[in-house]
Design a binder for this molecule. Structure first.
Ligand code: NCD
Length: 423
């Protein structure tokens, strides 16, 4: 049945239809479609009748790319090599093909199934900057595909502290591993790693530059949440809030979102931390409406997505954050006041929860609009899809899946209990 969810999501994405429009197109009720999209383990999940499956198959077969649009039709490449360095490598179609693979990975990410398609492969996870989720989720994604992970963290315990160049480090690791994930504080440094090797390199954050895998998992989350809420990404209003100058996640996400049509971007930041001009210009070229403001309350009004970010103090030269007062905090009172029932509240995490930080407050933790842990959960499926594409195994995954044998809880955290059986 897992296959049915992947096919239905792929069909809706490629037809660019809301659930209601798609249900009408295939002549079923929205409720029936919802039950076909639920994960197999949900008590309300239902198998799609044979005739509906055949009809959806026919609709897909008539589409320009045919019925089996696989990721391999859109390789992730940089200068002819399998590398993920920038979100500029993606078109709307190639991102959506990757999401199809990510949908296929969901039962593995949710620990219902296992695969060993990367058995024997080794990932080198090289993190020269602080990280919790990116490092662990890339590692966990590789392990869930059957591979193994070797990692190093920080400069102190690496040979870079002895003056070793990026070239030498990259070339040496290439003899040990089958893929390298790198995070480094300098913009452009991961591209330098990539030039010194023929094995796949993934940029997990290069200073204030880019963070492409985060942008992909963010857009994937927006699409899945919008699907449930009966919306599509075209025409959406996205408010990005916080440190838009140094926040690499918003740089990559703004570029990826701008591949859609008719968006409205409200960029909310203190004057000293505005979105870099080249990104604003890039969004502008897509014909989207852009508003820049330092007024949080006005900026959030009518937003479909509020994407909050942490102030990147570690990257400050001489910026002041004057004006970044407690009224800059996104909390329950503000969200209840100016946002709708369907507004998604997102954040790449980590959020700074220390007193006076003015980051996203914790009083929204049990509010279903808060999508931050669904973002992190989705990160596993999307990073598995990235590895599968770069290492050329995406077409082997489906047939390799077996049932997981251990016991795991129905929902992994108290926050997602509100979402149980609701996908
Ligand atoms: C972000 C990063 O490192 O760019 N975190 C992440 O990868 N999810 C955001 C941040 O550090 O504020």
């Amino acid at each position: 049945m897992t296959q049915q969810q992947t096919v239905l999501r792929d069909a809706m994405r490629r037809l660019n239809m809301t659930r209601d429009a798609f249900a009408a197109r295939i002549g079923v009720s929205r409720r029936a479609l919802d039950t076909w999209l639920l994960p197999d383990e949900s008590p309300e999940s239902r198998a799609m009748p044979e005739i509906a499956a055949r009809y959806v198959g026919e609709i897909l077969a008539r589409m320009p790319e045919g019925s089996a649009s696989t990721q391999s039709a859109y390789p992730i490449e940089f200068e002819g090599r399998p590398q993920l360095l920038s979100i500029d490598q993606f078109s709307r179609e190639s991102a959506e093909a990757l999401f199809r693979t990510a949908d296929m990975m969901q039962p593995i990410a949710r620990r219902r199934k296992i695969t060993r398609v990367l058995e024997g492969a080794v990932l080198a996870n090289l993190f020269f900057e602080a990280s919790t989720r990116t490092r662990v989720s890339f590692g966990a994604a590789f392990c869930r595909l059957g591979g193994s992970v070797c990692d190093t963290t920080g400069f102190t315990f690496s040979s870079m502290a002895k003056g070793e160049s990026i070239y030498d480090t990259s070339r040496v690791i290439s003899g040990y591993a089958d893929a390298i994930v790198v995070r480094h504080p300098e913009q452009g440094s991961v591209a330098e790693f990539a030039r010194a090797t023929n094995i796949p390199v993934i940029n997990a954050g290069d200073g204030p530059g880019e963070h492409p895998s985060q942008a992909l998992l963010d857009l994937y989350t927006i699409q899945r949440e919008f699907s449930r809420l009966g919306k599509i990404v075209d025409g959406a209003h996205i408010a990005m809030v916080g440190d838009l100058k140094y926040g690499r996640t918003v740089h990559s996400l703004a570029k990826l979102l701008s591949l859609h049509k008719g968006l409205k971007f409200t960029l909310v930041s203190p004057a000293s931390l505005e979105m870099p001009a080249h990104i604003v210009e890039r969004i502008g070229r897509g014909g989207h409406v852009i508003e820049q403001t330092s007024d949080l309350r006005a900026g959030l009004a009518n937003a479909d997505v509020v994407y909050a970010t942490r102030i990147q103090k570690e990257r400050f030269a001489d910026e002041s954050i004057e004006g970044y007062t407690p009224d800059f905090q996104i909390n329950r009172a503000l969200v209840d006041d100016v946002c709708g029932r369907d507004t998604l509240i997102m954040h790449p995490l980590p959020r700074d929860s220390r007193p006076g930080a003015n980051d996203l407050a914790t009083d929204l933790n049990h509010d279903s609009r808060l999508a931050i842990f669904r973002q992190t959960d989705n990160g596993i499926a999307v990073r598995m899809a990235i590895f599968a594409a770069l290492l050329g195994v995406e077409n082997q995954v489906r047939h390799s899946m077996r049932d997981a044998t251990w016991k795991s809880p129905a929902s992994v955290g108290p926050d997602d209990a509100v979402f149980h059986g609701f996908d």
